[in-house]
Design a protein around this ligand. Sequence first.
Ligand code: SAH
Length: 351
Amino acid sequence: MAEKKDIRALTKEQLKEYFLSIGEKAFRAQQVYEWLWQKSVKSFEDMTNISLELRQKLEENFVINHIRVDHIQRSTDGTIKNAVRLHDGKIVESVLIPTDKRITACISSQVGCSLDCHFCATARLKRMRNLNADEIYDQVVAIKNEAESFYNRPLTNIVFMGMGEPLMNYNNVLEAVDKITSDEGLGMSAKRITLSTVGLAKMIKKLADDEVKFNLAVSLHSARDEVRDRIMPINHKNPIPQLADALRYWYEKTRRKVTYEYVVWRDINDSQEDIDALVKFCKIIPCKVNLIEYNPIDDGVFQQAQPESLENYIRALENAGIVAKVRYSRGKDIDAACGQLANKNEIAETV
Ligand code: SAH
């Protein structure tokens, strides 16, 4: 027997064609689409305004591949980490981060990551695949439900800062964002969504051409090619001048400022030369800088810089009129902080 198709891989148009092809009315597509996305039901049985006969027919022909939150960990600071099991058994992680004003969902776009940033735990995972749009969407739904049930608050923001490089899974990420922002989905504002990229120049230009409405963050960590080449091999193909060019293009088209994520490490990027290079880079387009606390993942090659180094960065940026903030890690005790998402159990399995 042919394998059943995941019904959520169909567009609304394709659903309509399917219903017409089996002699049903086109409006069934709208009803089923709402059940699948807006209401996120996990079985055809729950689609109560659809006749039993039609539900059975759908059941015979399709599956609803949904994620399962396998394991929830709660940090003493309120952060929650979900280990999310996909329909093929692979696991990704997503994180709920509460602050006074916001509840942010940090979600994954890939199983593992093919980039090889030397300071990031996700880079060590071997298994790898892109997430489908529905797998990305479902992570948001799971966190939205947790925000409501654990904190009695709405989900306010979404960041693509979990596992994977979102711009290497471009179509699925954009499709998920469409559904998240659509009234037939979660109806959230694109202004509250931020996509973080390692800095793939060509794809940043594509985002601008596609006129996306969400925010862009770039994991910069150094504005000097000789340093960035060493810690983020992707820089060889996307050197600083090319990245700068793509960001100029982004700003010309969108008029929206970009956030640079930046960790300061001892003896790696804590010299005056590094600071000067960042200040210069920040003058290319309007931006702000988030100085992220380092979350150690290894044997000590990378170490958080001294507080004075951070202060030097902040002073230099502020003198140049650039907004810079230090971001302290959340959820460290449960390995939920930046760069720590790595399915610890899985690593333990493979080593
Ligand atoms: N691939 C995308 C999305 C991942 S976002 C990107 O690179 O932007 C995860 C963020 O955490 C990135 O800014 C990454 O550079 C940062 N990061 C990775 N490892 C880290 C660590 N050990 N400590 C602090 N931040 C880290």
